[in-house]
Write a protein of this length. Sequence first.
Length: 422
Amino acid sequence: MTGATLRTMASTRSLRALDWLNFFVANVQTGFGPFIASYLASHKWTQGEIGLALSVGTISAMVSQVPGGAAVDALRNKKAAAAWAIIAIILSAVLLASSPTVIPVMAAEVFHGFASCMLTPAMAALALMLVGRQNLGDRLGRNARWASIGSAVAAGLMGLCGEYVSPRAVFWLTAALALPALVALAMIEYDRRTAGASAPGTPKPATPATPAGGEPRETIFDLLRDKRMLTFAGCVMLFHLSNAAMLNLAAGEVTAGMGDNVQLVIAACIIVPQAIVAMMSPWVGRTAQHWGRRPVLILGFSALPARALLFAAVHNPYFLVPVQMLDGLSAAVFGVMLPLIAADVAGGKGRYNLCIGLFGLSAGIGATLSTAVAGFIADHFGNTVSFMGLAAAGAAAVLMVWLAMPETRDALEEEETRDVAA
């Protein structure tokens, strides 16, 4: 068997392992969010207290996004970064399962926030190193498909577990599902010196001094002066300002107003959009490569205000599930486009994960404001007013993409033209 054949087999095995890594990481992450809101609400936490607890997690993620992304850029071993993040998430789940009291819950949210800020860029870096920039859109669509399938499977298992065992058992299950993620991560192999270089149209391997293509490494100040980065960061913040509290608020309302089948309804609210994400994500990646980024962003962001208005108008808990189909559309677009636009903006200058970290910081700011403010408004003025405020933030996100966001695909086309000319 030739060396080229062995490398091809190793690459295929690594790409399949990356599929399963996305699947099992999504399993683990599904245990956080609406299941926490329902779990705490069942132990007499108010909406404001739940919003505060969730905000602690987003704040911890927010303050560590930029250093986390920069650290992943600096580390040659992206697998190690991902492994430590998964282990920290296991610890978070164990803390939540141990006691629904203030200290364990807050500690779990802090650990989860720090871990997530390392895991997301580490997994995006693994994808980039395996396929290169030219094929990144398709690969990100595939990642999102496997992640959505994992989230749907986990939501179903956790819903059954919460309904027929106990809400606490959801978090023991979350910790158990992290173990296969570590196995899948261990199966990924890549040459750190030549990763991504075999993909058509990708830059040459980077060195610490001169990243891909021999261009000087950008600093954080260079990124902060980039209009594309700043504009999309604003779009990301508005997106999460509208989106982060929406399902948590609906889950708390369902728990307060519904007796039986609460956990199953919450699970369905996760499974339905994940099915949409699984179907749409590859199309999103391919379409963004052909149409450009802006048209796809406008389509996905437009689902936000529509979903919030429907939540405000619909009070039957069983109608929440079809409304959540809109979440699948926006989640498919956002999940693929954030790392793809980061690759456009960071270019070949060795700051891909730092750029993801900056976008993650923007997401953290929006999510922190969303959960805290929406919970406060819901406690004092009612859920309907809170949903109307989330709809206004979503409409502002759509307008910002439409009126201010430049087309970032052009940067990749210009780099390819320079490569051909050279």
